[in-house]
Write a protein that binds this ligand. Structure first.
Ligand code: EPU
Length: 419
């Protein structure tokens, strides 16, 4: 297994490019199932979740051609409707095959995702919405088995604006009979990107970016070409890396309109942010100020940047309260940050962080994708060496992270763990 070794203390300087957004690429790839034409997808991030999704699609009978960041998918000859446990257990986003399979083939058998490190993560809202559209759904032997001769448009009010739930229902509604109106939907930019792709394929979707989306069903979608949006979580991670190391970093491809509450919070810490036509520059000269942060659905502060923000607050001046409202278990990085000298107390959904002048490098363990990114940032700022193990979590969602940080001057390398 690989480890990341970092000797901290270098201020990062230079330009870093943001890759394609994993969480936009995954639903867009799944949406290839909705028709028989060629779908050419560009700017795919080379991360493990994306290769897992392509593997799943191929298992279902989708052909995939291409290499690097561009792939052409064709779902003309889909033969299987089953997303097996072996794949779903490695990537929960496999649930995104449920809506498209059911809408296109009238049938789907998708392993029920279990809980994961960041929480229980049920999919009841996905299932309830599909049932309201006329699907017959049973959960048996660990699998969701869904059938519908043709889904019917209806009104669906989501109890919570679930991201992949919204995506599943939008994709299913594209081929349903009549109009589906979805209320209290998630408004994350990745949903806008999925809808842009679906629109190019002939889907009729209205209200994108608001909390009510309506979809007029059509018989089938045709092929299209689409470039995936840049990854706002990766962009936010680089901005925070610039901030935590007292550096000067230009994050090329950071789209300010996608950053929701992040830039405002960073500004409150005292860093200097400059918007440029093709990205955002961050520069920190003075001390970091503590700020309170609460994670919320978009456009609030994203839960996917909470661990990175916690690393930043660990060396800020004063005390900050970080409240996690999206996932109940997303504080697994706290004990690891303790090992690096951080002072953090967790009380339910709140983490109270007393900033320290510096952290100290230590061996730590990654527990999930974003927690790993938080530990990398802490390591970049800490005195001495930090060794992060279980970096396979990081590889699920960050492309060549150590190379990109290395090019900014960080002393960081990937090594094989010696047992
Ligand atoms: N929820 C339910 N029932 C449902 C669906 C969700 O109770 O049917 C709850 C969840 O348990 C959670 C909350 O609603 O407490 C939000 O979950 P949501 O469904 O919005 O999350 P998700 O769709 O499973 C996506 C991203 C996550 C990101 C969250 C929140 C993808 C593939 N995943 O997950 O990304 O954290 O939205 O923004 O888009 C990551 O990239 O590291 C990651 C975890």
């Amino acid at each position: 297994m690989d480890q990341i070794r970092i000797i901290g203390g270098t201020s990062l300087t230079g330009t870093v490019d943001v890759g394609g957004a994993k969480n936009a690429a995954l639903p867009i790839l799944a949406a290839s199932l909705l028709g028989s034409g060629d779908c050419e997808i560009e700017y795919l991030p080379q991360v493990r979740d994306v290769s897992t999704m392509i593997k799943l699609l191929q298992l279902l009978g989708v052909t995939a051609q291409g290499q690097g960041g561009t792939i052409t998918l064709n779902a003309k000859n889909v033969q299987s409707v089953e997303a097996p446990y072996e794949l779903v257990k490695t990537m929960r986003a496999s649930i995104l095959s449920l809506g498209p399979l059911l809408a296109r083939l009238g049938e789907a058998k998708v392993s029920l995702p279990g809980g994961c490190a960041i929480g229980t993560r049920p999919v009841n809202l996905h299932l309830k919405g599909l049932e309201m559209m006329g699907a017959d759904i049973h959960v048996e032997h660990g699998y969701i088995e869904a059938k519908a001769s043709r889904l019917r448009g209806t009104r669906i009010d989501l109890d919570f604006p679930t991201v992949t739930g919204t995506e599943n229902l939008i994709m299913a509604a594209c081929l349903a009979e009549g109009t589906t109106s979805l209320h209290n939907v998630a408004r994350e930019p990745e949903i806008g990107d999925l809808c842009a792709f679906l629109g190019k394929r002939g889907a009729k979707i209205y209200g994108v970016g608001t909390d009510t989306i309506s979809i007029e069903g059509v018989r089938e979608l045709h092929g299209a070409r689409h470039r995936v949006m840049p990854d706002r979580v990766e962009a936010g991670t680089y901005l925070m890396a610039g901030a935590i190391t007292g550096g000067d970093v230009f994050v090329r491809g950071c789209v300010t309109d996608h950053m929701g509450g992040v830039l405002k919070k960073l500004q409150e810490t005292g860093v200097e942010l400059t918007e440029e036509p093709d990205g955002v520059r961050i520069c920190r000269k003075g001390i970091l100020r503590s700020v309170d942060v609460k994670t919320l659905p978009y456009p609030g502060f994203p839960t996917d940047l909470q661990a990175q923000m916690m690393a930043l607050m660990s060396i800020a001046d004063g005390t900050s309260v970080l409240t996690e409202t999206i996932f109940e278990g997303r504080f697994l990085h706290v004990p690891e940050l303790h090992r690096m000298g951080a002072s953090i107390e967790v009380d339910g959904p709140h983490a109270v962080i007393k900033g320290k002048p510096s952290l100290t490098g230590a061996p730590v363990m990654a527990s999930d994708l974003r927690a790993s990114a938080g530990l990398v940032l802490a390591g970049l700022a800490a005195e001495g060496e930090t060794v992060i193990s279980r970096v396979y979590h990081l590889d699920r969602g960050y492309e060549r992270l150590e190379e990109k940080f290395g090019a900014l001057g960080a002393n960081i390398r990937r090594v094989r763990e010696v047992l």
